[in-house]
Design a protein around this ligand. Structure first.
Ligand code: PXG
Length: 290
C-alpha cells in the first residue's frame, strides 16, 4: 500500500507524521471519508467542497488547489490499483510547538490513505440495526459546529463507547434540547406516512453527502415528500421506518431502537427502495479513476 503524504508516496510503514503535529496534539485539522465504486469516485466534488469549507471554518490553509487535490486523490487510487476503495483524506494544522496557537504551525500536512473497505455484513442490511439512544449530547454549534468535519471526534467517540457498552452498532445522539441530531458516523432518517424526515443540519448534524444523495433520490427519483425537521425519540419509536446514511454504512435499515421494535420490525418498503436506488447510483456515477 502506498500512502500520499505532503507531495510524495510512501510505503505504509514509512508514512510518518511528527509527534509535534497539532493534528495529534490538539485534534487540529479536518478530514473526509470518501468511497470509490466500480472504478469511479462517488461524489468526489461534494466531498472536496465540504473539506474546503471545514478548513475555511477553522482558518486552515490547504496547500493544494481543489483541482490539484482531486488529481492527487485519483493518483493515489491509481498507484494502489484500486477500483473499489475507501479513501481517508486528512489535513492537519502541521508541526508546531507545544502551545495550541495555530500560528506556530507554518505548514499544514496533507495525507491520503486509500484502502479496501470492509463492508457491514450483508445480513445487517436485510435484518436492520438495533440501536440505542445515548446520554452523550451532540456538540453544540456555538462550541464546535457539527458541520465542521474536524479531527476532534471525542464527542462522537464518547457516544460510541456508550453504544459499545450496550452492544449496539451505532448510537443515536440528541442535541442539547433533546431533539434527535444524528449518529456517531451516520445521519438518521425516519419515514412517517410515506414521507421522509431528517433533522436539519443546524440541529447538530453533519451535512452528510449520503444524506444529500438520499434527499435528492427521494425528491426527484422516487417522488417521496422529504422534510428537514426537528423530531424527538417519540417520533423514532412511532415511525413506520428508520434508516441511517453514511459513506461507510451507505443506506442501512434500523429495526430496533432502545429495545423497541420499529414499525413492523423489518426493513420497510421505502428504505428498501432507497437502498436499491443508492446502489444503482454508486455503481453508475462518479469521477473516473482510470
Ligand atoms: N455524521 C457524522 C458525524 C459523520 O462523521 C456522517 C454523519 C455521514 O456523512 P457522509 O458524508 O459520509 O454521508 C459522518 C461520516 C469512518 C467513517 O471511517 C466516518 C464517516 C464516513 C466514512 C467513514 O468512521 N463519517
Amino acid at each position: 500500500m502506498k500512502i500520499y503524504l505532503n507531495g510524495k508516496f510512501y510505503a505504509k510503514d514509512q508514512a510518518k507524521i511528527s509527534v509535534f503535529d497539532h493534528g495529534l496534539l490538539y485534534g487540529d485539522g479536518v478530514f473526509e471519508g470518501i468511497r470509490a465504486y466500480n472504478g469511479k469516485v462517488f461524489k468526489l466534488k461534494e466531498h472536496l467542497k465540504r473539506l474546503y469549507h471545514s478548513a475555511r471554518a477553522i482558518t486552515l490553509n490547504i496547500p493544494l488547489k481543489i483541482d490539484e487535490l482531486e488529481k492527487t486523490i485519483l493518483e493515489t487510487l491509481k498507484i494502489n490499483g484500486l477500483k473499489d476503495a475507501y479513501i481517508r483524506l486528512v489535513i492537519t494544522r502541521g508541526e508546531g510547538d507545544l502551545g495550541l496557537d495555530p500560528r506556530k504551525c507554518p505548514k499544514s500536512s496533507v495525507l491520503i490513505i486509500a484502502d479496501k473497505i470492509t463492508l457491514y455484513p450483508e445480513k445487517l442490511y436485510k435484518k436492520g440495526l438495533d440501536l440505542v439512544t445515548v446520554a452523550t449530547k451532540r456538540n453544540i454549534s456555538e462550541a464546535l459546529n457539527p458541520c465542521i468535519k474536524s479531527l476532534n471526534y471525542l464527542n462522537n467517540i464518547m457516544a460510541k463507547i456508550e453504544a459499545n457498552r450496550a452492544n449496539a452498532p451505532e448510537a443515536i445522539m440528541l442535541n442539547k434540547d433533546g431533539y434527535v441530531a444524528e449518529c456517531t458516523g451516520d445521519n438518521i432518517f425516519i419515514v412517517m406516512n410515506q414521507s421522509l424526515i431528517t433533522p436539519p443540519c443546524w440541529a447538530g448534524a453533519l451535512d452528510g453527502i449520503t444524506r444529500a444523495t438520499v434527499i435528492e433520490l427521494a425528491k426527484n427519483k422516487l417522488k417521496i415528500p422529504t422534510k428537514e425537521e426537528l423530531f424527538t425519540p417519540y417520533n423514532i419509536y412511532t415511525a413506520d421506518e428508520v434508516f441511517l446514511t453514511g459513506t461507510a454504512a451507505e443506506v442501512i435499515p434500523v429495526t430496533k431502537v432502545d429495545n423497541r421494535i420499529i414499525g413492523e420490525g423489518h426493513p420497510g418498503k421505502i428504505t428498501q427502495k432507497l437502498i436499491q436506488e443508492f446502489k444503482i447510483l454508486t455503481h453508475n456515477s462518479g469521477t473516473p479513476i482510470y
